[in-house]
Design a protein around this ligand. Structure first.
Ligand code: PEP
Ligand code: MN
Length: 445
């Protein structure tokens, strides 16, 4: 356990973005119930992810992290979960072909239910209500009742996370994930889409390679029949995160067992704040979002505090500075980390620095901006003698219309067709696959 840390030490630090509840007694009862419920993941799995992230850091693997901006309780349905898995599996196949490396698959899934907000309130048609903070805290519809913080939602979030994870585990272990049967990963609407055609060609060549491997192997290779799939979410609601943070039965320290990979958001990464204090004491691999205002010294201090032993795989820095700013902001961050010899995995989130509003006030992102930030990030890391080791995306396997652009040429006028997100706009299937093909091109050996 790190010096001066205990499971409650975050409580003496300022905690931003925390909801307040009308009935603290009800909150305490819910937290007590959560503390008795079984963990969602195990410390062995968490350690295994950390080892895989260490490989990505060493240049031997690549991280694909993606999913909803905000999961919703109502969307815990087989179709929606399976389609997220399908798009991530298809993307990872494209990346394996591109890089010849192992791809670490990490969903923003099974617990991504709490959202930081830039304003505490939201006004519509003259009415002002508390902002929507994610289904773990309140509900999205704009009414007094829905926007009231409800402690029972913590239990509902835990349960939906467990149900989601149960389905993911079954799909990853069983026939669904078998590389011999990638037809299982096909989404129903994609038949005539150009990105799917490109993908189909790749799958055909995979079929030939697999026939060859099967012919020369004496027994079936288990690795081809299953996949590793890990979960992540923003560790935002500290009471909730604490209730799932447990001491390992092996005596290897404290782990957040509500997810494999908790991350600290751009709004809560203050070095003196409660979120950093909470995550300082756990053994999980952790992510830190880095926005355009982050100072290099600040990032170095954070990394040192969160990883004093310089343990490989422990810290992933997820930069999200916005296209057009990568060249000016990123080199100093990379150099500062190189100078202090901290081991980190660098990941680019090309979504959160590129959110814009349409003329009608809807949040969107331009596909070209997302791609431009990603390409610049590859180039800047290369020119600094560093390596971009992964990507962090908001995406869905469904045919939504939330981001504009991409090969199908979605425009602002199309956004109303299927704008389903509860929070930030996500890449749809085609846009996500297009990004995967571009990355594959960048990470070619
Ligand atoms: C997010 O990942 O949805 C998010 C809020 O990101 P950031 O902390 O980078 O703004
Ligand atoms: Mn988001």
């Amino acid at each position: 356990m790190p010096a001066n840390w205990n499971i409650d030490s975050w409580k003496s630090r300022p905690a931003s973005q925390q909801p307040s509840y009308l009935d603290p007694q009800e909150l305490n009862e819910v937290l007590a119930a959560l503390r008795l419920l079984p963990p969602l993941v195990t410390s062995w799995e968490v350690d295994s992810l950390k080892q895989q992230l260490a490989k990505a850091q060493a240049g031997e693997a690549w991280l694909l992290q993606g999913g909803d901006c905000a999961e919703s309780l109502d969307d815990c349905q087989s179709e929606s979960i399976a389609s997220k898995l399908k798009v991530l599996l298809q993307m990872s196949l494209v990346l394996i072909f591109g890089s010849g490396q192992r791809i670490v698959r990490l969903g923003r899934i099974a617990g991504q239910y709490a959202k930081p907000r830039s304003s505490d309130t939201e006004s519509r048609d003259g009415q002002t209500l508390p902002s929507y903070r994610g289904d773990l805290i309140n509900r999205a519809p704009f009414s007094t009742d829905h926007r009231r913080n409800d402690p029972q939602l913590l239990l509902r979030g835990y349960e939906r996370s467990a149900l989601t994870l149960n389905f993911i585990r079954a799909l990853s272990e069983g026939g669904f994930a078998d590389l011999h049967h990638t037809e299982n990963w096909k989404l129903t609407f994609v038949e005539d889409r150009p990105e799917f055609e490109r993908y189909r060609e790749l799958v055909n060549s995979l079929g030939d390679a697999l026939k060859f491997i099967d012919a020369i192997s004496a027994k079936p290779i288990a690795e081809l029949g299953r996949v590793d799939f890990f979960t992540s979410h923003e560790a935002l609601h500290l009471d909730y995160e604490q209730s799932l943070t447990r001491e390992s039965v092996r005596g290897t320290g404290w782990y957040n067992l509500g997810t494999h990979f908790p991350w600290i958001g751009e709004r809560t990464r203050s070095i003196t704040g409660a979120h950093v204090e909470m995550l300082r004491g756990i053994r999980n691999p952790i992510g830190i979002k880095i926005g355009p205002t982050a100072k290099p010294e600040e990032v170095v201090d954070l990394v040192r505090l969160l990883n004093p032993e310089n343990e490989p795989g422990r810290v992933t820095l997820i930069h999200r500075v916005g296209q057009g700013k990568v060249e000016t902001i990123l080199p100093a961050l990379i150099e500062a980390i190189q100078d202090c010899r901290s081991q980190v995995l660098w990941v680019c989130d090309p979504m959160h620095g590129n959110t814009v509003s349409t003329t009608s006030g809807q949040k969107t992102r331009r596909f070209d901006d997302v791609l431009a930030e990603l390409r610049s990030a590859f180039a800047v890391h290369r020119s600094c003698g560093s390596r971009l080791g992964g990507v962090h995306l908001e995406l869905t396997g469904e045919d939504v219309t939330e981001c504009v652009g991409g090969s199908s040429g979605l425009t602002e006028d199309d956004l109303h067709t299927a704008y389903n997100t509860h929070c930030d706009p996500r890449l749809n299937y085609e846009q996500a696959m297009e990004i995967a093909f571009s990355i594959a091109n960048e990470i070619k050996p």
